[in-house]
Design a protein around this ligand. Structure first.
Ligand code: CP
Length: 312
């Protein structure tokens, strides 16, 4: 694998999940792979899990790690070609990406959606800018449209906790006071399309995701009906896609409760707002898999970095 930008870059998902679960049993077996190599983690946005799990995975593989909060510490980047840079932006992506490539062997980028300009967000200008101008492999630590490291951790978690061959998995929209990006939901949907599972998406009318991503997916607007006989319920808020970035309403009836969850396992990528997205009783029950999902972020990053190191 050259880069990891999208869940489809992995090849066969089931093989990667198996490899990640095997890595969990003996995580340090490839500690020589990254020796005398460096990964640079560039954060244009905040993080807890992605930062620590990617750093941990890199260290387990013997990589040296450099972390930079580019959003607050780096120069403001220009991405347009031919711009007269006489305003606030000090450095062009062309130089920045090439410079980072002198100091590291892999670069990983987190750059969220603005939720203001749909066209720019869908162009993933930061991630794609690094892909275009860097001479080293690029890893997506959540871009404006996808979070494939999270989706891979979710696939590992599903595999570890499924009790039937073909589980029913429901992605359920939840209320949230702030406008949130679509990246986690998009990558979860794309990952579920690669699974042998009954997959249902439920959200209030008006919260449709990008129809190209949800093409051929079953969408049920009645949450109670969608949740019937679910084995796993993945809860996530996202803002409006059509009226881009808008919060249409915060329908509190969509909060996940123990009563609605019944016997299903609860999943969320975290961070999560308690008693807004999901009630305490669910998060504090043994049906919640959120800590296991966060733990699997290390192994999702480890299998991705391992494959990149093996190729380069
Ligand atoms: N789930 C996730 O990506 O968490 P962070 O935003 O804390 O990295």
């Amino acid at each position: 694998m050259e880069n990891y930008l999208h869940i489809n870059d992995l090849g066969n998902l089931q093989d990667v999940v198996k490899e990640a679960i095997a890595l969990k049993q003996a995580p340090y077996q490839f500690k020589e792979l990254g020796k005398q190599k460096t990964i640079c983690l560039l954060f244009f946005n905040n993080s807890l899990r992605t930062r620590l799990s990617t750093q941990k995975a890199a260290m387990i593989l013997g990589l040296d790690v450099m972390v930079m909060n580019f959003g607050s510490e780096g120069w403001q980047l220009e991405f347009e070609d031919g711009t007269v840079m006489d305003q606030g932006k000090s450095e062009h992506i062309k130089e920045a990406a090439q410079v980072v490539s002198q100091f590291a062997d892999i670069v990983a980028i987190r750059a969220f959606a603005s939720l203001v300009d749909k066209e720019k967000d869908e162009a993933e200008i930061v991630l794609k800018g690094f892909e275009k101008y860097a001479s080293i492999p690029v890893v997506n630590m959540e871009s404006s449209v996808g979070h494939p490291l999270q989706a891979l951790a979710d696939a590992i978690t599903l595999e570890e906790h499924k009790t039937v061959e073909k589980p029913k998995v429901v992605l359920s929209w939840a209320p949230h006071p702030k406008a949130l990006p679509h990246a986690v939901a998009n990558s979860f949907v794309e990952m579920m399309k690669l699974q042998d599972a009954e997959f249902v998406i439920t959200h209030p009318k008006g919260y449709e995701l990008n129809p190209e991503i949800t093409k051929n997916c079953k969408i049920v607007h009645d949450q109670e009906k969608a949740l019937e006989n679910a084995n796993f319920v993945y809860v996530k808020n996202w803002s409006n896609y059509k009226d881009y970035g808008k919060v249409l309403h915060q329908d509190k009836n969509w909060i996940m409760t123990q009563e609605k969850l019944r016997k299903a396992k609860f999943m969320h990528c975290l961070p999560v707002r308690r008693n807004v997205v999901v009630e305490d009783a669910v998060l504090d029950s043994n049906q919640s898999l959120v800590i296991q999902q966060a733990s699997n972020r290390t192994f999702s990053a480890q299998v991705v970095l391992k494959r990149i190191l093996e190729k380069n």
